[in-house]
Ligand binder design. Sequence first.
Ligand code: ZN
Length: 69
Amino acid sequence: MPEQSCPECGASLFYDTSTKRYACKGCGLYVTKDELVNIRDKLHSNMDESRKKRAQQSEYLEWWLSSKK
Ligand SMILES: [Zn+2]
């Protein structure tokens, strides 16, 4: 299994074979593999959402700037 990094803080995750969970020494995250995937998915969709918002804002800004002329 490739080395995983923490989705919250980017530190290396340690796999605990006895509990089958990943532990982060950086922020204390302690999750199963499924939970890790869920967190990654959520972070990814949040990023898409903020990118969309930024695009809308810049469209508005362009409109606003052009209306000032
Ligand atoms: Zn962490």
